[in-house]
Design a protein around this ligand. Sequence first.
Ligand SMILES: Cc1cc2nc3c(=O)[nH]c(=O)nc-3n(C[C@H](O)[C@H](O)[C@H](O)COP(=O)(O)O)c2cc1C
Length: 434
Amino acid sequence: MNELAAVLRRQLAAELPDLRRRIRAAGTDEARAARCGTIGELRDLARHSLPRVIFDFVDGAAADEVTAVRNRQHFRALELLPRVLADVSEVDIATSVLGQPIAAPLLAAPMGLLGLVDPAGELALARAMDAAGSICVLGAMSSYRIEEVSQASGGPLWFQMYLWRDRGLVRELLDRARACGHRALVLTVDVPRAAGRDRDRRNGFGVPPRATVRSLVEGALHPRWARRLIREPRLQWANVVGRDSEALDAVSATVYINSQFDPSATWEDLSWFRAQWEGPLVVKGILHPEDAREAIRRGAQAISVSNHGGRQLDHAPSAISALPAIVDAVGQDAEVYLDGGIRRGSDVVKAIALGARACLLGRSLVYGLGAAGEAGVARAVEIIRSELVGTLALAGSTSIHSLRPTDVRPVSPGAGRGGPSRVQSTNQLVENAW
Ligand SMILES: Cc1cc2nc3c(=O)[nH]c(=O)nc-3n(C[C@H](O)[C@H](O)[C@H](O)COP(=O)(O)O)c2cc1C
């Protein structure tokens, strides 16, 4: 016993001089990020690090959150049918979107107001995607100005817009995005009006956040988040509040932005946007094959299959379940992307096998941002990228380009009796999954 105590004493004495440095190092964003090995772990760390109102703004979805849950469940309801002895020492995940080469089929989804989560906000996403050799889609509702993001990141950017009413504002933002070298326009069409998000309502979420007793207590309980926010507040829609032509403050900007969503928008409005933007057009928020065809007829070069991460219409189909019918309807006429529920590299493999060209990462990146700032976003991208490579190798695929719908099949009681030959079409494949 005495001997054990002596050993422990010696070990402690050896470690003590370095202890302070090690404790400090363990608290850095890099160390926090490195401790997380999955998106789930980044999410857990973000939940502990952020005030509830902020975590719920990111994590939450519309109404009962049925669609958000199904986005995840329906990936899990598909299994991968591996091949063996295929020399997977090298696997190829490079591809291109709209003619732009990217190192991995992963783009950052457009997301607004990320400065609420961490002051690095959208800058962190743009830099992480640049470092990963891919593209960040910058949302018009970002907490940094279009110009600030392009200055901070040398990487390629696409610009996301809504079909806002104030066409003067729209033209101005498109001009600014064009001047900053944004190469494609992503038009989000699934927000005719704001959806009811019960977590946000219960938490009293608002922009800019109000100082209440509750928010002060939350700030005190989350000092890391509060310190950063006080040092560098990024709490408003920078592209609108900081606009040269209008002296909008943060409060009137909220009223103004809310009034911009136009429930009367139609396909004619999409054609108007098409006429304003000479570069490639991506239409985001499509779940119906006929809408995909109409978007292409009106000049879209790509369709992003998306239910907004379950944040708009609750009980809409999951993104992965909607994908095959849209891939079939689109054929070779446009590229098809998918977002909604991507948390693992294996999710990306399944989406690509079912016909997506690339996936957009939403909350996965924001969990990283909340957990460990910019280092956390980079970690989230790296986790999904390396899981993607690992999954391909274990599934016996040397390239994302050789994935086929028959590499994926529904988990079902009958799965043991059938093989890939049972699969008739991609539609049927996913239909059978639930
Ligand atoms: C915090 C947050 C803000 C978002 N803001 C926008 C936005 O401004 N424009 C947009 O088209 N989609 C927005 N989205 C939806 C994402 O682009 C994407 O469709 C969705 O997050 C994908 O689902 P996932 O989070 O499960 O990956 C937002 C999503 C989140 C989580």
